[in-house]
Design a protein around this ligand. Structure first.
Ligand code: COA
Length: 166
């Protein structure tokens, strides 16, 4: 795909991730709204990641997936700030869903904020479902999350669960 930034068109390639990109992907997951993935965790899941690469071979976006029984979570959907709002996030998500749809028996789900659900997930065929459907995920990844706690009587997590409708 081509992205125009500061008046300059730039070619972006979306491709399967390789081990040399572990650290770059991990750094991207430090961003807002995401569960941080260490380079070791990314490395152990590397075959489940797609990356977006610009002409300078920088990783400017990523998306991954992680299996919990028959539930496949879409994780680490992220684009660098300076490349946002140009369709890259949508294309990464689309490519990931296309890849996962092949497995008929898998439930494809994600935890995301309402804004991102409305803009990216719902248009691709996801619907909002109860987060309790994905207990094993919540019991592992969410346990260490800084938003998984109460403050002044309110639970800080602002994420909703979305499920892909086949
Ligand atoms: C979510 C994210 C990946 C979208 O990437 P992107 O490259 O901007 O995606 P797109 O350009 O395809 O965006 C599609 C639309 O969603 C909008 N959008 C993107 N992120 C949004 C957000 N956080 N809140 C509201 N709208 C958002 C875009 O402005 C665009 O709107 P438009 O079609 O009216 O122009 C990116 O904003 C990001 O990395 N955010 C931080 C991490 C995150 O929240 N990840 C999702 C976790 S599931």
């Amino acid at each position: 795909m081509e992205i125009t930034r500061n008046g300059q068109a730039e070619n972006i390639i979306i491709t399967e991730a390789s081990k040399e990109q572990d650290f770059d992907i991990s750094e991207l997951t430090r961003g807002e709204n995401l569960c941080y993935r260490s380079p070791e965790e990314v490395d152990s899941q590397i075959s489940n990641f797609l990356v977006a690469i610009n002409e300078r071979k920088e990783v400017i976006g990523c998306v991954g997936s992680k299996l919990y029984g028959l539930n496949m979570e879409i994780i680490s959907l992220m684009t660098k700030k300076e490349f946002r709002g140009r369709g890259l996030g949508t294309i990464l998500l689309q490519r990931k869903v296309e890849e996962l749809r092949k497995w008929d028996s898998l439930n494809i789900f994600a935890l995301t904020t309402e804004n991102v659900a409305i803009k990216l997930f719902f248009p691709l065929g996801f619907i909002e479902v109860g987060i309790q459907l994905f207990g094993p995920k919540v019991l592992t990844d969410c346990l260490g999350c800084s938003k998984n706690r109460m403050k002044e009587g309110v639970h800080l997590c602002n994420e909703i669960a979305v499920l892909y409708q086949r």
